[in-house]
Design a protein around this ligand. Structure first.
Ligand code: SAM
Length: 214
């Protein structure tokens, strides 16, 4: 299996053809070995247009969803970004190439430890990680320029909005336990915020005190 060819095809047919235009993001997804983030038996499916199981009833998100949510954060290179739901580590790895420092939180220890090893293997030294309930954010490292939640929440978690810098952006899927809509929250300089709902999506549950109970 030639992963380079599959990855190039993924970027052209799933990302660029659907309107992803951020050149830095496209370059990162052209080069990052997504097949290393899935279970070995599924490596041949890593560049398919779909999410995939990663164990513990969790998933690595569809490549297009990773690209779309990342593009919505409008990163230029120096930001401090918080991710909730490390999962396979793929989204955090994409962010690490586009921002200054990434903070990522995962509640399932086995997924966190696999991701941590991958970050080491790939030399991604600007990622800080912890095992915790990320629905309340990472107060000791706040504020953040951008926050991305890669699990579905019943409502926009207000603790996360409060950890945004003025002009900061939060992307979070909000809806019921079956389907959600991407919400883009922008914090304004005067401490208020706006919420814009856009693309329908389907994520596993955000479980925690500002998410679902189980
Ligand atoms: N971003 C991931 C990737 O690139 O593979 C995909 C994440 S997967 C769709 C959602 C992840 O969120 C799961 O690994 C799940 O355990 C995690 N999760 C759910 N609720 C959480 C919470 N309150 N805090 C931290 N992680 C949580």
């Amino acid at each position: 299996m030639n992963f380079d060819i599959s990855r190039k095809r993924m970027v052209e047919t799933q990302l660029v053809a659907r309107g992803i235009t951020d050149r830095r993001l496209i370059e990162v997804m052209l080069n990052l070995p997504r097949h290393m983030f899935v279970q070995e038996a599924m490596a041949s499916q890593a560049y398919n247009d779909t999410s995939l199981p990663i164990g513990e009833k969790q998933t690595i998100s569809q490549p297009y969803m990773v690209a779309l949510m990342t593009e919505m954060l409008s990163l230029s290179g120096k930001e401090r970004v918080l991710e909730i739901g490390t999962g396979s580590g793929y989204q955090a790895a994409v962010l690490s190439k586009l921002a200054g420092r990434v903070y990522t939180i995962e509640r399932i220890p086995s997924l966190a430890s696999r991701s941590r090893k991958l970050f080491d293997t790939l030399g991604l030294t600007n990622i800080s990680m912890k095992i915790d309930d990320g629905s309340v954010g990472w107060a000791s490292e706040a504020p953040f320029d951008a926050i991305i939640v890669t699990a579905g929440a019943p409502e926009v978690p207000l603790a996360l909005v409060q950890q945004l810098q003025p002009d900061g952006r939060l992307v979070v899927p909000v809806g019921d336990q079956v389907s959600q809509v991407l919400n883009l929250v922008k914090r304004s300089a005067d401490d208020g915020f706006t919420v814009e709902a856009s693309t329908p999506c389907r994520f596993v549950k955000l479980i925690g005190s500002e998410g679902w109970s189980q």
